[in-house]
Design a protein around this ligand. Structure first.
Ligand code: ZN
Length: 211
């Protein structure tokens, strides 16, 4: 899923000479890195790598240059019929890709987001875009989860927000610190999801697919 941001593989593989994006100006640093790891940055296969890495990092950290207000834009609606809208709104299995701030190595997985509106609702397609704003940064999984919940709380002033993320951290898998298939789960529960076990349990059973 790409939600309107350019696919980095198209940039990297199909169009070496004019990759999209302004770039971050990291080419010299990447060249230095190649030397530090014992590579020859002038060999043919690596000639364009600094530029590709620069553009890939630009994409993977696009959240620093995104603005939640712009993303949400005019997709928040005030509903008069709050009885109709006081049920849980749930968007399940949103894919995300982030970079851990300790190693700058990917962690990725799925996020489930739910809220109980208090008159204000948001266009459903905006929820994955909000996830992207916070995922495409150097992150801690716990903080990303909190930031997404906090953002929806600010924007919607809802009765409750719940965010659960499940992720694989490549910095653990690839370095052999944990078994390859271990998942890390983090959650943020606000308002009704924190205060009412029944609401929280309904959410948890829906995301587990039993609801
Ligand atoms: Zn890490």
């Amino acid at each position: 899923m790409s939600f309107g941001i350019t696919d980095p593989h198209l940039t990297a593989m199909d169009d070496d000479d004019t990759p999209q994006g302004e770039g971050l100006g990291m080419e010299k640093l990447v060249r230095e890195m190649l030397i530090c790891i014992g590579e020859d940055p002038d060999r043919e296969g690596l000639a364009k790598t600094p530029r590709r890495v620069d553009r890939a990092m630009e994409f993977l950290t696009a959240g620093y240059r995104a603005n939640v207000e712009e993303v949400v834009n005019d997709a928040v609606f005030e509903e008069g019929f709050d009885r109709e809208y006081d049920e849980m709104v749930l968007v399940k299995d949103i894919e995300f890709y982030s970079l851990c701030e300790h190693h700058m190595i990917p962690f990725f997985g799925t996020i489930h987001v739910a809220y109980i509106p208090d008159r204000k609702v948001i266009g459903l397609s905006k929820i994955p875009r909000i996830v992207e704003v916070f995922a495409r940064r150097l992150q801690l999984q716990e903080r990303m989860t909190q930031q997404i919940a906090g953002c929806l709380t600010d924007v919607l002033k809802p009765r409750g927000v719940a965010v659960v993320s499940e992720a694989k951290h490549m910095c653990m898998c690839m370095r052999g610190i944990q078994k390859q298939n271990s998942m890390t789960t983090t959650s943020a529960m606000i308002g009704a999801f924190r205060d009412r076990p029944q609401t929280r349990n309904e959410f948890l059973s829906l995301i587990r697919g039993n609801g």
